[in-house]
Design a protein around this ligand. Sequence first.
Ligand SMILES: NC(=O)C1=CN([C@@H]2O[C@H](COP(=O)(O)OP(=O)(O)OC[C@H]3O[C@@H](n4cnc5c(N)ncnc54)[C@H](OP(=O)(O)O)[C@@H]3O)[C@@H](O)[C@H]2O)C=CC1
Ligand SMILES: CC(=O)N[C@@H](CCC(=O)OP(=O)(O)O)C(=O)O
Length: 342
Amino acid sequence: MIKIGIVGGTGYTGVELLRLLAQHPEAELTAITSRKEAGMPVADLFPNLRGRVKLAFSDPAQAPLSQCDVVFFATPNGVAMTQTRALLDAGVKVIDLAADFRIKDIAMWEKWYGMAHACPDLVAEAVYGLPEINRDRIRGARLIANPGCYPTAVQLGFLPLIEAGVVDTDHLIADAKSGVSGAGRKAEVHTLLAEAGDNFKAYGVAGHRHWPEIRQGLSQLAGRVVGLTFVPHLTPMIRGIHATLYARLTQEVDLQVLYENRYRNEPFVDVLPAGAHPETRSVRAANVCRIAVHRPQGGDTVVVLSVIDNLVKGAAGQAIQNMNILFGLPERLGLDQVPLLP
Ligand SMILES: NC(=O)C1=CN([C@@H]2O[C@H](COP(=O)(O)OP(=O)(O)OC[C@H]3O[C@@H](n4cnc5c(N)ncnc54)[C@H](OP(=O)(O)O)[C@@H]3O)[C@@H](O)[C@H]2O)C=CC1
Ligand SMILES: CC(=O)N[C@@H](CCC(=O)OP(=O)(O)O)C(=O)O
């Protein structure tokens, strides 16, 4: 059994880790932290976990994290970077769901995240945990930077086109929509029902911190710096991301065959039949990205539709997929949930 610690067990990604790990046959939940709820049984706060998780929250300073095999950080940006070195020194593997280790260019990270980085050397060591690109490097890693939610949907959508070199990478466009759980569980006015319900808006058009992350990943695939416009939107749903991606084709290719071949052996990417329109509810509560590729009017613009559940393939599910790879377990272990309809 793998002894597991979770720092930040009261947020939405924390409770999603708990839901999935409670059903994972090799997971032994050992420590779950919260500063505000220390001492409270986990199932008192999250009734969906009654009878499934017996632990109580503990204060991060007292939790037996160094006795775990792996610690997940489901905390705001800037927390994991202050605690990761001590855990790695104690032989614990670390998977950070926040952005502390995602961006290799430290000056770029500091600009977008508005703080000084505490451990640039560990950023250099960290492996970006998108298994569809980095599976072999994840296997031998101690420290995983779990990708952001929008970056997962956008990179998986563009990946086959860029790897194959069949689009103009100077003018990529990603138009993405997220449910409000993407903003976390903390109280904020813009996610109140009366603000976000029956409403739809773009945000961060001038610049969003997922832009450098997506650009870094796509540039590595392209072998050159790509040009990317990324526009996120907030939609009145709870879970889900829908990314609509646009690129200009530079050569003739059978797009459907390209996508089906690239993802044929990927357990968590589903390429839909030609002409399909994936729905966010078709991936709700499941660790899957569904993709459809279109070429409207047979022109030279390719349109890719990519959907994920932001809390699962966009966060906790992908983190557990990375854990399975790190510990040599079957990649699908504990992650075979069927999506929830309606
Ligand atoms: N929501 C989403 O869809 C996605 C989120 N992420 C990332 O995952 C991380 C967690 O997100 P989410 O679950 O939404 O966040 P929440 O705001 O819902 O939860 C944050 C958690 O961190 C704990 N926490 C806050 N500050 C500290 C601290 N200084 N030390 C220890 N624990 C702390 C909180 O508990 P307490 O204050 O009681 O200690 C709480 O349990 C974020 O970095 C987010 O950007 C990534 C992908 C998708
Ligand atoms: C709807 C909403 O607010 N989404 C969040 C998504 C970011 C997130 O969760 O952060 P990381 O993936 O970088 O960890 C946002 O735009 O800030």
